[in-house]
Design a protein around this ligand. Structure first.
Ligand SMILES: Cc1cc2nc3c(=O)[nH]c(=O)nc-3n(C[C@H](O)[C@H](O)[C@H](O)COP(=O)(O)OP(=O)(O)OC[C@H]3O[C@@H](n4cnc5c(N)ncnc54)[C@H](O)[C@@H]3O)c2cc1C
Length: 367
């Protein structure tokens, strides 16, 4: 089959990778150079982790994701992943961390429940505040996002059945015709079109705006005091997700810095607008770290950055037919990177007719 993909972020690239492996002829279009620095799939890292609140389906999907990443590493000839382990806690007795623990217990995923004092002794750079218990999982780690996107783009550019068109904006998708219209007016016909346009997708599919909201998110790179550097080098990732916190910290792995962010959605902003930080934004994010990191006054802000989520209200992924000859992939809600390869593989199976459409939609939505 001839397939056009709009968007060469992790989702479009992985879909191209999976379709090409099945022998299809793929044309991949991106409005920018790949990696697009304004895309959601770049920066140094993205996390993969088992704690997922009550979402058993996404916990299971994490295992499928790990297996799919192995196939990516084999094709790329390199492993762009660093295991770190995962810490999750929150102040609520029956909050997100407790729900994650129950889910991991149900599904037989290795973990420990630590008393806060035990956790503080084991991870002396972290503060656990009012947490009743701390969830530790040996699984989880850092996917080297920007390096992965670059490596996939290089790998696909060398494939005989993939054409990567950079700096080529798609102006419109004619979903029932399997056609895309480029900004220069050229029309390209295919058997199927895949729209994987990240936070810009609502421009191509206006009806999607009723279901998915671009959400401007701020992250900050920080430098720990000298005495903390070794502790961070061996640190698990840190998630304090709850009603009043979306704090996460990504430990530095070789070639990257220590990053903090807030997973709570801003639900505002235009992905096409300039990405400058507003005054005080990075400092405000720093303040959220204050309660969670020991000796925080010794930390230094290195750099703040802006990135976009594409938020579906229940954080469920949208992988579904669009008209009769297209597919729409959206709603990755700040947790889609880790699933790129497995989503690509499942969609490729769906396009081939090897996977039922409703089963695929339900699987992607975590149902
Ligand atoms: C700060 C931050 C932290 C995150 N942390 C995690 C994490 O820890 N773990 C995790 O799993 N996920 C995480 N995510 C989410 C994850 O990064 C995204 O879900 C994922 O990268 C989305 O990929 P995508 O391919 O859909 O979008 P993008 O990477 O944005 O790619 C879309 C591409 O489409 C192109 N495009 C758009 N419109 C057009 C058009 N009209 N014509 C041509 N090209 C077009 C764009 O240029 C872009 O390159 C995080 C996201 C952010 C912002």
């Amino acid at each position: 089959m001839k397939i056009s993909i709009v968007g060469a972020g992790i989702i479009g690239l992985c879909t191209a990778w999976a379709l090409a492996r099945r022998g299809h002829a793929v044309q991949l279009f991106d409005q920018a150079e790949v990696p697009n620095p304004a895309g959601s799939s770049v920066d140094d890292h993205r996390l993969i982790r088992h704690p997922y609140g009550e979402f058993d389906a996404y916990v299971r999907m994490v295992d499928e994701a790990y297996a799919a990443w192995e196939r990516v590493w084999a094709d790329l000839g390199t492993v762009l992943y660093a295991p770190t382990g995962t810490i999750a806690f929150d102040a609520a007795e029956q909050g997100w961390a407790a729900a994650s623990q129950r889910s991991m217990h149900r599904l037989g995923i290795a973990h420990e429940v630590l008393k806060p004092a035990e956790a503080a002794a084991r991870f002396p750079h972290l503060r656990f505040g009012a947490a009743e218990a701390v969830l530790y999982a040996p699984s989880g780690g850092v996917l080297r996002a920007g390096a992965i996107v670059e490596a996939l783009a290089r790998h696909l550019s060398a494939a005989r059945n993939v054409e990567l068109h950079q700096n080529t904006r798609v102006e419109a998708v004619e979903a029932d015709q399997g056609r895309i219209v480029l900004a220069d007016g050229n029309r390209i016909d295919a058997d199927t079109v895949v729209v994987a346009a990240g936070p810009w997708a609502t421009r191509l599919v206006p009806a999607l705006a009723a279901r998915v909201t671009p959400s401007r998110q701020v992250v900050a790179y920080i430098e720990p005091p000298a005495a903390m550097k070794q502790l961070w080098a061996a640190s698990p990732m840190v998630l304090k997700i709850g009603a009043d916190s979306g704090f996460y910290a990504v430990p530095p792995v070789p070639g990257t810095g220590l990053k903090i962010g807030d997973h709570r959605f801003s639900l505002e902003g235009d992905p096409a607008a300039p990405r400058e930080l507003r005054a005080g934004e990075a400092e405000a994010l720093m303040a959220t770290a204050h309660d969670n990191l020991v000796d925080f006054s010794g930390y230094r802000l290195v750099q703040g950055k802006v990135c976009f989520y594409d938020v579906e209200p229940e954080e469920r992924f949208i992988v579904e037919p669009l008209g009769s000859k297209a597919w729409l992939l959206s709603g990755f809600s700040g947790h889609g990177f880790k699933f790129g390869p497995v989503i690509g593989e499942k969609l490729a199976a769906g396009i081939d007719g090897a996977l039922d459409v409703d089963a695929l939609k339900g699987w992607a939505a975590g149902r």
